[in-house]
Write a protein that binds this ligand. Structure first.
Ligand SMILES: [Zn+2]
Length: 353
């Protein structure tokens, strides 16, 4: 099986904040080009890789969607050379002080190193000790105020700059693991499909703006109009203080979701296949809108049957999101086996029951 670690590390070493995905898109294009028959960019910047099937034309198509955008920050105010910031996407503010960042300075077109800081505790109101808010955070670039004023503008992006860290136990930690780990899983799937004939066309899609607007998923589903879709994304891993029914153990298999966004028949088929192949899986339950690309795709056109496959991520929406490499491998394999097993008339057999 492919060693996905070097590619995943490169994916989480670049920026590509929601709405500004081109740094990561370039890496994915380079990796996918030899694995698909054609690859192009949608009007809004999502990547569409087509792997043609061997069935009779016109062939049905399956879209596998993984979002490539990442969460981060944006300069909201500049005071005495220090940058105040606001969110790009949902972000867990509590763990940000101390994080290294890159300020994408539009005034000078430079990438400036910076660090997220808080004023000394002694000078903060007492209540701040208990609750760090985004308003308290500052980015220090080390520059004098007059140089900051020349280089940095309100609205400039600030992305995480910490290097990926391999933890023991085949766990990788870094920023943007949500959802670049799913890009890695889809890449494994494409690699496996090199040696696995399949009847259906497959659209490997890396969507933009999942973390903010679901723009990529809506527009790619509309443009490609697949017969079915599978979305791959991260979910909450179990850990100290995170043990409820919405969490699942890392390294223990592939999460197959049920809930109003997911087609029950696709869920059942994925589950049966995982069992047949002895790929460990667990049930993930979403109560309403999943908040993922699966929602946007499902509600496109007359409704596209959609499944959501997830793997657990610890410390979601922080710069140290952690994922099990085993889970990524298993997800990639399950996707490839599902595609290879699709009969030409599969779509006629599916019912919402
Ligand atoms: Zn995600």
């Amino acid at each position: 099986m492919t060693d996905i670690l070097p590619f995943l590390k490169s994916l989480i070493s670049v920026s590509g904040l929601s709405g500004y995905e081109s740094p990561v898109a370039d890496l994915i294009i380079e990796k996918w080009r030899p694995l698909v028959d054609e690859i192009n960019l949608s009007r809004v910047g999502s990547l569409h890789g087509l792997k043609r099937g061997t069935g009779t034309s016109p062939r049905p198509s399956l879209m596998i969607a993984t979002h490539m955008d990442a969460i981060g920050l944006r300069v909201s105010r500049i005071v005495d050379g220090f940058l105040h910031v606001t969110r790009v996407g949902g972000i867990d503010v509590r763990v940000l002080p101390g994080a290294p960042v890159t300020v994408h300075a539009s005034g000078s077109n430079e990438e400036l190193p910076g660090v997220i800081v808080l004023p000394p505790a002694h000078f903060l109101p007492e209540s701040v000790g208990e609750k760090i808010l985004i308003e308290h955070l500052l980015v220090d670039t080390g520059l004098l105020p007059r140089d900051v004023a020349k280089k940095v503008r309100v609205g400039d992006l600030v992305s995480f700059a910490n290097e990926p860290l391999e933890l023991a136990g085949e766990v990788l930690s870094g920023h943007s693991v949500d959802n670049r780990a799913s890009i890695a899983a889809l890449t494994i799937c494409l690699e496996e499909l090199k040696n696995k004939p399949h009847l259906w066309d497959v659209w490997a899609v890396a969507t933009v703006q999942e973390e903010t607007t679901l723009l990529g998923a809506y527009t790619s589903a509309f443009e490609l109009r697949p017969q079915m879709a599978i979305v791959v994304d991260g979910s909450f891993a179990k850990g100290p203080g995170a043990s409820g029914w919405q969490t699942s153990a890392m390294g223990k298999g592939v999460g197959l979701c049920i809930g109003p966004n997911m087609h029950p028949f696709l869920h059942k088929k994925l589950k049966e296949l995982a069992e047949r192949l002895e790929i460990p899986w667990f049930l993930d339950v979403t109560v309403s809108h999943s908040g993922t690309d699966a929602f946007a795709i499902q509600v496109t056109a007359e409704g596209i049957p959609t499944a959501l496959v997830e793997f657990p991520i610890r410390y979601m929406h922080t710069p140290v999101e952690s994922v099990s490499l085993k889970d990524i491998q298993r997800t990639g394999r399950l996707l490839a086996e599902f595609i290879a097993a699709l009969e030409e008339n599969f779509i006629e057999t599916i019912v919402w029951d």
